[in-house]
Design a protein around this ligand. Structure first.
Ligand code: ADP
Ligand code: ZN
Ligand code: ZN
Length: 752
């Protein structure tokens, strides 16, 4: 409230408590905090009859009229846990993705930070001296545990954690204290903010990364982005560089500039765990600047996450490389956000808030007035259109480094192949021949098939049944290693049936193939070849993929066979053949982006070939050789593909011409789900006719997952915020059956 002098009183802050609905509440600020309180700090506040943790959202703020304010109780950490721009970003996300501020904060802040976890005090023990022999003997009789502890400590090389010793020997705290008091044991206490924060990839693949002298295309790209950095205003660049054009060197050069000037940078990659190379390269290329690179991804433990967050918010780290949620990193003086492989669907979060890491990155850059660089060999059409319209600055790198040739595409028409070949129809003669030559020449090959398991489905020739998961509308896949039939949606597994479950016919046959069967065939065709298989089934162990990748790099394997996890970013100089075993898989996706996904996949997988001094060949097996994505990929023609695809999207009003919002209803009763979805559409049309072009309701492509029936609606809108502003209040009032859950997915990437 303005006081007599027209000034705002300093003593009021708005705080968003974590368990207080989803809004900011006003509190008075005690005098002791008034000078130091900052937006983004974590505080303890009273809320109803409880005490809640929350984030200072606005300070100083105006006092609401006629209310007696309660006071902020406590400041949790000295440093803000959220930068002020991230508070604004969270607000934007809640509005744009139609979810609560609290659900956004749950995503933005690591769980341990939200709980206000204190730094741990780690106490460790070492033996100070052994007592006289007689004293020790006496101790053995009277206090055997203490004697045991001394024996144990004397056998150790280094300090032992106090808690571990106590648990391990079943001692009491006081017994340990007594030993310390007698001067027999020395205790050391250390405050651990960041002990768990070692280098998660320190022992990973060692990637020698000498800097390269940048070529003219790289120099031009760096200079263009450097101009934006110098202007210190919001700019987005699209770095469109073909596979092998050296985009990483451009990112590194920009990060080095930013760090040298005292700023910070975020580097987003689709799945860090799968790109240890990138992390390794970045680390070694920044080492001379004394920069600690924080690695941020889904495999971090809660403690590692906490420590990494604290290191950034304390200003101890200035570069983070990570998966999508690294976009919220609390770095000091952020000046640059890079999104590599910006087209990757994995930047979209699959649960609420269903945000797109790339779009949030651009938004954060605009809030801060800084530079954002999006890079890809196959930009998404959304990004491409922004570049075409001049909203993004386009930097092109059309050539591979050192003028290496692009890989040559060979398209194999599998319709013909089936007529001509006997026996297996998985690997065409051309692919088999190519593999044989590579083996003879001691070069390497990568085979890509985006389907794991052995055989795709069990079919009954007598009654026509396809054996389905009892809980999902999807066929069960055979896994040979333990002869189980498994559901790839819910992980249900059962003993592989030998009789048709419908008609008891014994003639049931497994049809189709997955990576396991390809592996089997490869060992049969090339008994001496060393084949490594990489898919979700072989990668159950956390570090296994790094092992396989570095063994492959070291030449311990001839053929690397895998699912989409091998499609991204890998750089192996001795790979001269890439085989795409079934290019039609992605063409058949029930998704308006099927063409785009196929083009991206072919181009990216092909990009793994010929990255060293040897030329590369790509063999693509398909039953639909004439389709656009295959033809354009073969001609290495992104521009041609993009303009044809944009034309088609415009014609049908699909993104990027408009935004697409998916509204999914699910529940155990198919009738209720249908009823609610129908009733909602009627209600929306009645109260707000013409608010959006609505398609559906229709069953989702996966009609049932884990006994949940699923129906969806699509809204085609030109403005997301205005649509949600009108629609969300109606949705809040709409009496949804409590057995039906509905979820909104703005700019949906997944249509299944
Ligand atoms: P992209 O991400 O564009 O596919 P990378 O950044 O992985 O390409 O670079 C491909 C390879 O080229 C890497 O092995 C990298 O070390 C090398 N490289 C990058 N820039 C140069 C350069 N200017 N001269 C020579 N080699 C380079
Ligand atoms: Zn049958
Ligand atoms: Zn299932």
């Amino acid at each position: 409230m303005p006081n007599l002098f027209g000034e705002i009183e300093l003593g009021v802050a708005e705080v968003v408590p974590f368990d207080g609905g989803a809004r900011a509440y006003s509190y008075s600020v005690p005098a002791g905090l008034a000078k130091t309180l900052q937006v983004g700090q974590l505080v303890r506040v009273p809320l109803g009859g409880r005490v809640s943790l929350g984030v200072v959202w606005k300070y100083p703020a105006e006092a609401p009229a006629n209310t007696k304010l309660r006071s902020v109780i406590l400041l949790e950490y000295e440093q803000p846990v959220l930068t002020p721009d991230c508070c604004r970003l969270a607000e934007w996300m809640a509005g744009y993705y139609g979810c609560s501020l609290n659900s956004v904060l749950e995503t933005v802040l690591p769980a341990a930070v939200r709980k206000g976890v204190r730094p741990v005090l780690q106490r460790s023990l070492t033996l100070a001296k052994l007592p006289e022999k007689e004293v020790l003997e006496k101790m053995r009789r009277k206090a055997p545990r203490q004697a045991e502890a001394l024996d144990f400590l004397s056998a150790q090389k280094g300090p032992v954690e106090r808690a571990k010793l106590i648990a391990g020997l079943g001692m009491s705290q006081s017994a340990v204290d007594a030993l310390i008091k007698q001067g027999l044991v020395h205790e050391e206490a250390r405050v651990l903010w960041r002990e768990a924060y070692k280098n998660p990839f320190a022992e990973g693949e060692v990637v020698p990364a000498a800097g390269h002298k940048l070529n003219p295309e790289q120099v031009a790209a760096v200079e263009s982005a450097a101009q934006s950095l110098a202007k210190k205003t919001f700019h987005t660049h699209l770095l469109h560089g073909v596979t092998g054009s050296g985009k990483t060197e451009v990112y590194v050069a920009l990060i080095r500039q930013v760090v040298a000037a005292g700023g910070s940078a975020i580097f987003l990659v689709p799945e860090v765990a799968l790109t240890p190379q990138t992390v390794g390269r970045l680390r070694s290329r920044l080492a001379d600047l004394g920069v600690k690179v924080v690695v941020w991804h889904s495999h971090l433990s809660a403690g590692e996450r906490f420590d990494a967050w604290m290191a950034m918010s304390l200003g101890q780290s200035r570069v983070v490389v990570g998966a999508r949620s690294a976009v919220f990193a609390p770095l000091h003086d952020l000046r640059l956000i890079i999104v590599d492989e910006e087209h990757e669907p994995s930047f979209k979060q699959g649960e609420t808030p269903m945000y797109h890491g790339r779009d949030v990155a651009v938004m954060r850059a605009s809030l801060l007035g800084i530079t954002c660089v999006l890079g890809s060999a196959t930009p998404s059409l959304e990004t491409w259109r922004n570049a075409q319209a001049g909203r993004y600055i386009l930097n092109t790198m059309a050539k591979r480094v050192d003028d290496r040739p692009m890989p040559a595409f060979r398209i194999v028409d599998m319709r013909r192949e089936i007529l001509h070949s006997k026996g297996q129809h998985m690997l065409s003669r051309e692919l088999v021949q190519g593999l044989r030559e590579r083996l003879e020449k001691r070069e390497q090959a990568i085979l890509f098939l985006n389907r794991r398991g052995h055989s795709r489905s069990l079919v009954c020739p007598d009654c026509g049944a396809v054996v389905q998961c009892p809980r999902c509308s999807v066929a069960l896949t055979l896994h040979r290693e333990d002869d189980t039939a498994r559901c790839h949606l819910c992980n249900h597994q059962e003993k592989a049936p030998v009789l048709c479950p419908q008609c008891r016919s014994p003639k049931v046959r497994w049809k189709g193939y997955g990576t396991q069967k390809v592996e089997e065939t490869l060992t049969h065709l090339f008994p001496r070849a060393r084949v490594a298989r990489m898919d979700a089934d072989t990668m159950s162990k956390k570090d296994r993929f790094r092992e396989i990748l570095s063994d492959f790099r070291a030449g311990k394997y001839d053929i690397l066979l895998g699912t989409q996890m091998i499609a991204k970013g890998l750089d192996f100089p001795r790979v001269t053949l890439v085989g795409i075993i079934d290019a039609d898989l992605s063409l058949q996706l029930p998704d308006f982006r099927a063409s785009e996904r196929t083009f991206q996949l072919l181009t990216q997988v092909a990009g793994r070939a010929g990255r060293g001094d040897l030329e590369g060949v790509v063999v693509v097996q398909t039953f639909q050789p004439a389709t656009d994505p295959i033809q354009f990929a073969k001609r290495l023609d992104f521009l041609g593909f993009a303009s044809a695809e944009l034309e088609r999207r415009t014609e049908f009003g699909y993104p990027p011409c408009r935004h697409l919002i998916r509204h999914v209803f699910r529940g155990r009763s198919v009738d209720k789900v249908n009823f609610v979805a129908d009733a909602w559409v009627q209600e929306l049309n009645r109260l707000h006719p013409g608010l959006a072009e609505i398609r559906g309701p229709a069953p989702c492509p996966f009609e049932k997952i884990q006994d949940q029936h699923r129906v969806h609606l699509w809204y085609f809108v030109s403005g997301v915020k205005s649509f949600l502003a009108a629609m969300l209040p109606l949705r809040a009032k709409f009496l949804c059956d409590e057995e039906v859950i509905d979820v909104l997915d703005v700019d949906a990437q997944d249509c299944a």
